[in-house]
Design a protein around this ligand. Structure first.
Ligand SMILES: Nc1ncnc2c1ncn2[C@@H]1O[C@H](COP(=O)(O)OP(=O)(O)OP(=O)(O)O)[C@@H](O)[C@H]1O
Ligand SMILES: [Mg+2]
Length: 609
């Protein structure tokens, strides 16, 4: 609990004003909700003609005597009206007091809720923004072993859960306990015998109720994990819909989803059972407490005659009034447990440190001057080395092509150059400086990346391209589209560059998507280009268009091209042939052909030359 408050504090700090006002109004609320029950006593007295007759105006004897003074003053006024036969006026006064205390109680209650609302909505919005910021800043490797759905459940579900449950803590700490304390103080002044009786019963009731919710936290944790699974399934279904349908795998996915849903159902029913039981059970136990009190109090009124019947009724009101906050506390404690579990999951992500932060005195790579060098690079994602002693030098202005078997580590090299991952051993230097010493953003600002799978967003073509350069004008955009050979199809779209391309560019063909990704890189206009050509076979026409686009973009730049179609790279300054993380051949197109080695074989297979 303490830990959560410490974690939340930086977020709460911005809303200190609301915390303070909430506390103040809760204090007032607690005071007036006690007074509200007390104010019933004089009304009952007037009704049953039990008003204490006071004919002399009372004197103020200091704060300690406040209760008697207030009581006597009221009775003095009431006596005057009653003696004069104006019972209606007396009744009006007492009813007026009842109404005003209840009014104030509710007014302060409302104001305190208002400030909790500002506080919690503010904190949760900040938390959500902070979480998103963190998620987007964490390195790619963080997500390798995680389900997207789990992260989504945390940012959507868990933060909501915190909203619905966690902030009840503010009432829990202040409003309800204070109401109980105030009520108890007044109860003791009314009758200590009865009060001791009450004090005896309420904790027993409370204890019984709190026992019910002991195991709740663990179950709600399970429910949340399972709901992450559920979201994952939906997410995967939507993104893999074509595959699911074409392989007739619907029933498999349906089963997965309904298993998850059933598990959640069972857990929710279990949790709900306890939650539902808490309310009725506590009310029933409450009324038993009251019944026992009635029996004991009735004895004090009728037989021992130590208190008046009307005071006793007021007392009963107070005692019942204690039960409501006591109930609220026990109910809130379940909710708070849920909230804590949710907060734990949120903060687990928030407190994940960036495993590859910027170097302490990170330099800025402002413009690429001479060369990129990879030296003895060893790298693994998990256990197995993917690259084993890979070395390569690319001079400024050169085009280097990487070719080789699928899985030989070509795309991995692109990921290492952009520093999505760090090396196991060896180094990557740009202009003689290890790329770890550059700030990640400055390094990436020098690189235009076209990934193997065209990654596009559900947005207009214009906004997709602007990811490459926020300030690009429409003219520059069209220029980039022309370089990427994409203009010829974009110009025929109904809304031109404003056309929305759907989820992941679903409304475009594979070649069109590739050309848009290339246009995006063109727009970025970075000195180093990394082009990871898509493997998917394109028809000859769109292959030619993509090829041309690649050639256009490589002009006057330093490029590393990962090529599957060898025709693209015949003019490359260096061709690197890779196999299982190692270089097996290296040279220019003609030299390599002469060697009659692996490259020659690859070329033959593609029946070029
Ligand atoms: N995120 C990852 N986590 C674990 N292993 C990975 C990851 N990405 C790639 N690999 C593994 O690393 C190896 C090299 O993958 P890489 O994507 O670099 O191959 P590639 O040469 O680009 O292949 P292709 O020609 O098919 O694109 C493969 O064996 C692959 O299974
Ligand atoms: Mg690849």
């Amino acid at each position: 609990m303490r830990e959560i408050i410490v974690q939340l504090w930086p977020f709460i700090r911005n809303y200190k004003k609301h915390v303070v006002l909430n506390i103040v109004f809760n204090l007032l609320y607690a005071a007036f909700s006690t007074l509200a029950f007390v104010s019933l006593i004089p009304m009952l007295n007037v009704l049953f003609d039990k008003t204490q007759k006071i004919t002399k105006a009372p004197h103020w004897k200091g704060l300690a005597d406040l209760k008697n003074y207030a009581n006597d003053t009221l009775n003095y006024k009431l006596t005057a009206f009653l003696e004069a036969g104006n019972a209606q006026m007396a009744l009006l006064i007492v009813v007026g007091i009842v109404i005003s205390t209840f009014f104030l109680k509710n007014l302060f209650g409302y104001l305190s809720m208002q400030h909790v609302m500002y506080l919690k909505n503010g904190v949760l919005t900040d938390l959500r923004k902070h979480m998103y910021k963190h998620i987007i800043e964490l390195p790619v490797s963080f997500y390798a072993k995680r389900k997207k759905g789990d992260i989504m459940a945390r940012i959507l579900g868990d933060i909501n859960e915190m909203q619905n449950s966690f902030f009840i803590i503010l009432e829990l700490i202040i409003r309800e306990p204070l109401t109980i304390v105030f009520s108890l103080v007044v109860m003791f002044t009314l009758s200590w015998q009865l009060s001791i009786f009450v004090l005896f019963f309420i904790p027993i009731t409370g204890f019984l109720i709190s026992q019910i919710g002991k195991r709740l936290k663990r179950q709600s944790l399970k429910a949340q994990q399972e709901s992450g699974q559920l979201i994952s399934t939906v997410e995967e279904t939507l993104s893999g819909l074509k595959i699911i349908k074409s392989y007739n795998a619907e029933s498999n996915f349906k089963k997965r989803f309904s298993n998850s849903a059933d598990t959640i159902l069972k857990l929710m029913n279990k949790i709900g059972l306890k939650n539902n039981l808490a309310g009725p059970l506590s009310e029933f136990l409450g009324i038993i407490t009251i019944a026992v009190l009635l029996w004991y109090g009735g004895k004090l009124v009728l037989i021992e005659e130590v208190i008046q019947g009307t005071t006793f009724i007021g007392f009963m009101g107070l005692a019942y009034g204690i039960l409501t906050p006591a109930k609220a506390i026990s109910k809130a404690s379940y909710k708070v447990k849920n909230g804590i579990a949710a907060a734990d999951r949120v903060f687990e992500v928030l407190e994940t440190e960036d495993s590859m932060p910027n170097h302490k005195n990170a330099k800025e790579l402002s413009d690429f001057k001479s060369a990129i060098e990879l030296k003895d690079v060893v790298f693994k994602y998990e256990n197995e080395n993917i690259l084993t002693g890979f070395s390569l030098a690319v001079k400024k202005g050169q085009t280097v092509a990487l070719v080789g078997q699928s899985g030989s580590g070509k795309s991995t090299i692109a990921s290492l150059l952009t520093r999505f991952y760090d090396l196991e051993k060896g180094s990557i230097r740009i202009d003689g400086t290890d790329i770890k010493k550059f700030s990640k953003s400055s390094l990436r600002s020098q690189i235009g990346l076209v990934t193997q799978d065209s990654i596009l967003f559900n947005n207009s073509i214009k906004n997709n391209l602007k990811v490459g350069n926020e300030n690009a004008t429409d003219k520059a955009l069209i220029e980039a589209l022309k370089v990427a050979n994409a203009w010829e199809f974009v110009k025929d779209l109904p809304d031109g560059i404003e056309t929305n391309i759907g989820d992941a560019g679903n409304s475009l063909s594979g070649g069109q998507k590739q050309r848009l990704s290339i246009a995006r890189a063109v727009l970025k206009n970075a000195p180093i280009m990394i082009l990871d050509e898509a493997t998917s076979a394109l028809d000859t026409e769109s292959e030619r268009l993509v090829q041309q686009a690649l050639e256009n973009i490589m002009k006057n730049r330093t490029s590393i091209v990962i090529a599957h179609r060898l025709s693209t790279i015949q003019n490359a300054d260096q061709i690197i042939v890779m196999k299982a993380g190692k270089i097996v051949e290296q040279g220019q197109h003609k030299e390599l052909l002469k060697k009659q080695g692996m490259y020659h074989k690859l070329v033959l297979m593609q029946s070029l030359d």
